[in-house]
Design a protein around this ligand. Structure first.
Ligand code: PHE
Length: 480
């Protein structure tokens, strides 16, 4: 196996194995469940344009940085910084471990819904879409499906990253892509679909606010599994001869491509069902898709509907595996706990952490209306954790990883690592751009958006207004 430092850590069988596993981590509920409702909430095309810009301009260099740090040090998200000689920076890795745990806690609940919907489709119960609210507020159902899901995740992580899941992805991931493409084709033939496409593709730039930019940025990081060291951990299993830039491009294109067509499919269905304008939130795909499947007829609808949710569950599983792998690799490497034991303990704790997310969808009032932001918006426990971990911690992690790579580890060392397996890359336009972006573009843009939005959301301070006033005062002062 390539790039394996210690036999207990496991590894990927070859380069394709790594790309598949990393793409498996990236492609998941983020693309198919979260992306469409974020687009709906973020005003359509403007959100999509910003999301694409973040992915290609900012996330591409950050992804290379994570993989390079992992491969260079052969370590987990925390140990990597220490091994590289910068112990203080391992705090970034610790934030990643925490983000992984928080994200997995709610992700596992949503994965349980997808799994449950697969069974509902097999049973031909298309009404489940209209009864989604009831479905998620039933804690028995949630507990059952999410335990099954966590159990599967634990089992796979215990066996190590290579093996069955790698083989299964080779068949199941392309199947998912094929199915979404086919459904997209079908969706586009429906009445009203084109209006949905226009909403999705034509940006209305007046919709762009810091808040929307903040969600688009969070979505880009979440969907690409970036900012929490998942790819540091996966990168630690990559062979020295592998071409990091090339692998990064493949992972990014796969992930963005799948999100993009899933979005097209969803907005065609949403508009053809006359549901435009509904925000839908976390329930969007679960309420819209069952009636779309029903329209395919009782037999075909069941087959396609079940296949869709089964493949979605599988895509979620390759993501939950990577989410659990980050804290587990940390515990195994840094605290010398046996892998099998670490997996059960960490997985079990994260499962418990997910229970409030399960109960906050109509079961327990305290978790239903968990927190009210300074904007006046009240959200449930799950959305709060999502806002905190995926929208805030991940870009913040990306911010620190960029600063670390460009200024502390330093651009030339990063360049050297990238050039192993890709000689001369540092002198190409892409290579030069990436170092420039990590030095300036990523920290400035991510820093600004995060600061403005966090202070507004959690502290009730309007930084933009404050800055505007400051500048006005300054101008007045100069003029007098
Ligand atoms: N990228 C995954 C998805 O889109 C979620 C994820 C986030 C996985 C962060 C690992 C790390 O579903």
């Amino acid at each position: 196996m390539a790039g394996v430092s210690e036999s207990s850590r496991g590894g990927f069988s070859n380069k394709i194995g790594f790309v598949l596993a990393a793409a498996g981590s990236a492609v998941g509920l983020g693309n198919i469940w979260k992306f469409p409702f974020e687009v709906a909430d973020g005003g359509g095309g403007a959100f999509v344009a910003m999301y694409l810009a973040f992915c290609f301009l900012l996330c591409f260099p950050v992804m290379m940085a994570e993989i390079a740090i992992g491969r260079k040090t052969n370590k987990n998200a925390v140990g990597a910084f220490e091994t590289n000689g910068h112990k203080n920076w391992s705090a970034v890795g610790k934030m990643g471990v925490l983000s992984g745990a928080l994200i997995l806690s709610f992700y596992n609940v949503v994965a349980g819904w997808a799994f449950g919907f697969a069974l509902e489709m097999i049973a031909g119960n298309f009404e489940i879409g209209a009864n989604f609210g009831q479905f998620i507020s039933d804690w028995h159902i949630n507990l059952a499906f999410s335990s099954v899901f966590m159990f599967l995740t634990i089992y796979i992580v215990m066996k190590g990253v290579s093996g069955g899941i790698e083989k299964a992805s080779k068949i199941l991931m392309p199947s998912l892509l094929f199915l979404i493409l086919a459904l997209m084709g079908y969706a586009l033939t429906q009445d009203g679909a084109m209006e949905g496409v226009a909403f999705y593709l034509v940006p209305d730039f007046s919709e762009i606010t810091f808040d929307v930019a903040f969600s688009a940025m969070g979505q880009a990081f979440f969907s690409l599994s970036l900012g929490m060291g998942a790819l540091i951990t996966y990168g630690s299993y990559v062979g020295k001869k592998d071409n990091i830039a090339h692998s990064t491009a493949m992972i990014l294109l796969t992930d963005v491509g799948i999100a993009f067509i899933a979005g097209l499919m969803m907005f065609a269905f949403i508009y053809s069902q006359g549901l435009q304008g509904t925000s839908g939130g976390a329930g969007l795909i679960f309420t819209v898709l069952p009636s779309a499947f029903e329209s395919l007829g009782p037999v075909l609808g069941r087959v396609i509907g079940a296949a869709f949710f089964i493949l979605l569950s599988f895509a979620a599983l390759t993501s939950t595996v990577s989410l659990l792998e980050v804290p587990v690799a940390y515990v195994v490497d840094e605290h010398e706990v046996r892998r099998s034991r670490a997996v059960w303990i960490v997985g079990g704790l994260i499962f418990l952490l997910g229970i409030p997310s399960m109960l906050g969808n109509g079961t327990v009032d305290f978790f239903n209306n968990f927190i009210t932001y300074s904007s006046g918006k009240t959200v449930n426990f799950m959305t709060f954790i999502e806002n905190l971990a995926s929208d805030t911690f991940l870009p913040l992690g990306g911010f620190f990883i960029a600063l670390y790579t460009a200024w502390v580890w330093r651009g030339d060392n990063f360049k050297k690592e990238l050039e192993q397996g890709n000689p001369g890359f540092g002198d190409t336009i892409l290579g030069k751009y990436s170092i420039f972006a990590l030095k300036f573009l990523v920290p400035i843009i991510l820093g600004a958006i995060t600061m403005v939005t966090i202070s507004d959301k959690f502290l009730g301070l309007d930084l933009l207004e404050i800055t505007r006033n400051l500048i006005n005062d300054l101008i007045k002062f100069i003029n007098t």
